[in-house]
Design a protein around this ligand. Structure first.
Ligand SMILES: [Zn+2]
Length: 61
């Protein structure tokens, strides 16, 4: 089971997003998407709040 959730555009709610090619080189392999409708740039696949909390606990406590 994936720990990542897929999100639509934060701004307009569109599901039509384009992944920026080769962006993973700069983001540790995380894909970044551009919304086709409003051009918002965002991370479409995010960990759930729970997973994020775990991650921060591990790294910063
Ligand atoms: Zn949008």
């Amino acid at each position: 089971m994936s720990i990542f959730n897929e999100y639509s555009c934060d701004n307009c709610g569109s599901n039509e997003m384009i992944e920026i090619p080769n962006i993973g080189l700069y983001t540790d392999g995380n894909p970044i998407h551009v919304c086709k409708k409003c051009a918002l740039v965002m991370s479409r696949y995010r960990r759930s709040a729970e997973e994020l909390a775990k991650l921060w606990d591990d790294e910063y406590v």
